[in-house]
Design a protein around this ligand. Structure first.
Ligand SMILES: [Zn+2]
Ligand SMILES: [Zn+2]
Length: 346
């Protein structure tokens, strides 16, 4: 646990909470100002709840005094315990509307996630037996989110004013559609959620949105997808004079420019590899994913296919690849330059 005497800025307390995920512990932050704010809240597990209560106690923070919960995005490792804080404090939960649907109606969210996975699998060539594993994982994930009530959504550019300073809300979609960062310009401090991590390269995945899963097939045509959105968000952050990043996972760091550059480079390199694989043969996203990630395990397949689709959509928006309908109504991707006449017109 660390307390940061943010020079001339908002005092930030970091509380590290365990998660059952490979990424490891997640950071929750208390802005020790007026009103008292919590940013992110960890998954709803016994271990995370105990660590949160212990962390608040250690810093003499009474949970009932928390007036606002800000969520960087809607993943359960960041918002699972928001409901616990709301129960103890009646705090307002504020997050971007594109992620809030997950929490507002969890049963509907899980249903949407299931049909979304089935839709991706059917369209992009994933064998059905591999989908049931992912559905189970999604159900396990959802069980780590307590019911809670998102309040007024956060808007891009909105200024949040506290006794010790101001935070600007930056909508930085990509990791999720509703990912946001909180920017304190006076100190160059960025609270980044999973948009900027030093300990891992954040992924940019297609996610079920507030629209029916059947829209998936139409939505990507003309939509540049999560990878393009993420690269744009990284570019936007690279234009800021960031002096300190408080990420969703791992310790705070000062070399934001270098980290942003690394994440961008890795994603661009991955996308180029996808383009190179398609140069060899037209393929489904499933086929490309298997060539992109040799030795892919069944439980990781849908995630890998999802990541591959994000790369393909980015290439499609750039005009490098296109898609057409193959056997069994599956989407076949190919280089635009070679098979122009067979491409579906967006
Ligand atoms: Zn996340
Ligand atoms: Zn996370």
């Amino acid at each position: 646990m660390t307390r940061v005497a943010n020079e001339a800025g908002i005092p930030i307390v970091c509380i590290s909470l365990p998660t059952p995920f490979p990424i490891g512990p997640v950071n929750a932050f208390v802005l020790d100002t007026d009103p008292l704010v919590m940013i992110d809240a960890g998954p709803a597990t016994q271990a995370a709840e105990s660590a949160l209560r212990a962390g608040l106690r250690e810093h003499g923070i009474d949970i009932r005094r928390i007036e606002i919960i800000l969520a960087t995005h809607g993943h359960v490792d960041h918002v699972g315990l928001a409901g616990l804080i709301q129960d103890g404090s009646s705090a307002a939960l504020r997050m971007h509307v594109a992620d809030a649907w997950r929490l507002a109606r969890p049963e509907l969210g899980l249903d949407q996630a299931r049909s979304f996975f089935r839709s991706i699998a059917a369209t992009h060539g994933v064998p059905p037996e591999q989908v049931s594993r992912v559905e189970q994982m999604a159900a396990d994930n959802w069980s780590m989110a307590l019911p809670c009530e998102p309040g007024v959504p956060l808007a891009d550019g909105e200024e949040l004013i506290f006794a010790h300073g101001r935070l600007r809300v930056l909508h930085t979609p990509g990791h999720t559609p509703g990912s946001v960062c909180f920017w304190e310009e006076t100190t160059g401090t960025l609270i980044a959620g999973d948009t900027v991590l030093r300990v891992a390269t954040p992924n940019a995945l297609l996610e079920p949105g507030g629209t029916p899963a059947s829209d998936l097939e139409t939505r990507p045509v003309g939509d540049s997808g999560p990878m393009s959105r993420y690269l744009n968000s990284l570019e936007r952050l690279a234009c800021l004079d960031v002096r300190r990043v408080f990420p969703g996972h791992g310790a705070a760091f000062d070399d934001a420019a270098r980290v942003l550059e690394r994440i961008t480079r890795q994603h661009r390199r991955r996308t180029s590899r996808i383009a190179a694989l398609l140069d060899q043969q037209a393929d489904t996203a499933f086929g490309v994913a298997h060539r992109l990630f040799p030795g892919l395990k069944p439980e990781a397949t849908l995630m890998a296919v999802n990541e591959t689709i994000a790369g393909l959509m980015h290439l499609e928006a750039d005009g490098a690849v296109c898609r057409s309908e193959g056997a069994q109504a599956q989407t076949l991707w190919m280089p635009r330059v070679h098979r122009q006449q067979e491409c579906r017109t967006p």
